[in-house]
Design a protein around this ligand. Structure first.
Ligand code: NAD
Length: 258
């Protein structure tokens, strides 16, 4: 097993994964723990359980029940990281409303639904970045990885609020990369194709609409799984990508070519 990454002073390097309780987020948490980070899982449901699973597997992790749109939730957990003597290295902005959304004609989307999706999917990562940036900068920098989607690149129909929110995540990645570059903070994104996550498998409508279309559109004709995304996040969080920022890596089996 990889040993825990530490600073020169022996302080554990921590990475936060939002929405890390299940599915794709849990896969990221698992991979970053394998990479040697202390993993902080943030989720509205199941964060502690997800972290306990990693600890049970021999890794270093802690879970916090927190909402990414609430400033006080961020303040509480970041304070805890500082008090615990850990050094924050990175943030994966993965939490979003997606798997539970119903397919809708664009005329049916209400203002409340639009605002709710935008709040979690765009304000959540923005607020998280605002909150972690001073801690990252205090240690000379760090890495932020935003989880976007290929849906805004392709113009997928049936979820206009979601698709627009993920387009905004790509735009946010670019502007915040420039805002934060001189503090040593890199901001990149990963854009997954349709992925059979735990949440998606609970939503039959999504599976029926996208599974076969997704598979057939790929150069690599098979289902996309959460594990397929782990390597890209690990790479963007690590030093091998030290001179990359503002980029969006498409990981979709070769359906959309940038
Ligand atoms: N599954 C796919 O096909 C697919 C494709 C492209 C992009 N993505 C993106 O990948 C990420 C993960 O997708 P998934 O399929 O695992 O989704 P999911 O819905 O199963 O998981 C999202 C997680 O975020 C948490 N969450 C939601 N709102 C939150 C909030 N306000 N604060 C904290 N946590 C919150 C949920 O509890 C859940 O654990 C999302 O950003 C999604 O948009 C997924």
């Amino acid at each position: 097993m990889t040993s825990l990454k530490t600073t020169k002073n022996g302080s554990a390097l921590a990475v936060i994964v939002t929405g890390g309780a299940r599915g794709i987020g849990h896969a990221f948490a698992q991979r970053l723990a394998q990479d040697g980070f202390h993993v902080v899982i943030v989720d509205t449901v199941g964060a502690e359980h997800s972290a306990e699973q990693l600890v049970h597997e021999g890794f270093s992790a802690k879970g916090y029940t927190a909402n990414v749109t609430q400033a006080s939730d961020w303040d509480g957990l970041l304070q805890d990281i500082v008090v615990s003597g850990q050094t924050l290295h990175g943030l994966v902005n993965n939490a979003a409303l997606f798997a539970s959304l119903e397919m809708q004609n664009f005329e049916q989307v209400t203002r409340d639904e639009w605002m709710q999706v935008m709040e979690v999917n765009t304000y959540g990562p923005f607020l998280g970045t605002q909150k972690v940036a001073p801690l990252l900068a205090a240690h000379g920098g760090g890495a932020i990885v935003n989880i976007a989607s290929t849906s805004p690149l392709k113009g997928v129909t049936g979820m206009p609020h979601y698709v627009c929110s993920k387009g905004a995540v790509i735009a946010m990645t670019r502007t915040l990369a420039r805002e934060l570059g001189d503090r040593g903070i890199r901001v990149n994104a990963v854009a997954p194709g349709f992925t059979l996550s735990e949440g998606i498998l609970l939503n039959k409508e999504h599976v029926e609409k996208f599974r076969d279309i997704g598979k057939n559109a790929r150069a690599l004709k098979r289902d996309q799984l959460p594990q397929d995304l782990q390597g890209a996040v690990s790479f963007l969080m690590g030093l091998d990508s030290a001179f990359m920022t503002g980029q969006t890596l498409v990981v979709d089996g070769g359906a959309y070519f940038v």
